[in-house]
Design a binder for this molecule. Structure first.
Ligand code: HEC
Length: 122
């Protein structure tokens, strides 16, 4: 009985020490990260940036596009698919937009770095 009480006492002490010490330091707190959604990647400069800004950001962020590595054929299919869903890309501008997308987000695209954000509630 005495032993059990001693163990319980030791546990209580350990718990008290943990509470006094507070939570373990959080690595995330050391960097002042933006809140989720406060900072988004942008389309690269170029003659088609204005069209991409206007046609491609209604339903998702530019990251959806910036992280891709698609061939010209795949970008053509992608732009046609998005236009079918409502992206305002005039027929006569599709080839130029596809060329811009292939230039920046073609198979060799290794420039994408996701925006680091603070987890919700932190
Ligand atoms: C009307 C809404 C809408 C617009 C405008 C739009 N998209 Fe999307 N896009 C979506 C949705 C919804 C998804 C997710 C589809 C899925 O999960 O299959 C998506 C996904 C994507 C993807 C990921 C691959 C895929 O097909 O799922 C790419 C790349 C993309 N969009 C590019 C673009 C580009 C480029 C434009 C501008 C020309 C654009 N989007 C405009 C709705 C849109």
């Amino acid at each position: 009985m005495k032993g059990a009480r001693r163990v319980a006492g030791a546990l209580g002490l350990a718990l008290g020490a943990l509470i006094l010490a507070g939570p373990a330091p959080n690595v995330i707190d050391e960097k002042p990260l933006p809140a989720l959604g406060a900072e988004l990647g942008a389309f690269p400069e170029g003659p088609m940036k204005a069209l991409a800004d206007q046609a491609c950001l209604h339903c998702h962020s530019a990251d959806m596009v910036r992280q891709q590595r698609l061939t010209e054929k795949q970008w053509t299919a992608e732009v046609n698919k998005m236009a079918g869903w409502g992206a305002a890309v005039p027929e006569e501008e599709r080839a130029a937009l596809v060329a811009y997308l292939v230039e920046h987000f073609g198979p060799g695209n290794d420039s994408f770095r996701p925006v680091e954000a603070r987890p919700v509630g932190k």
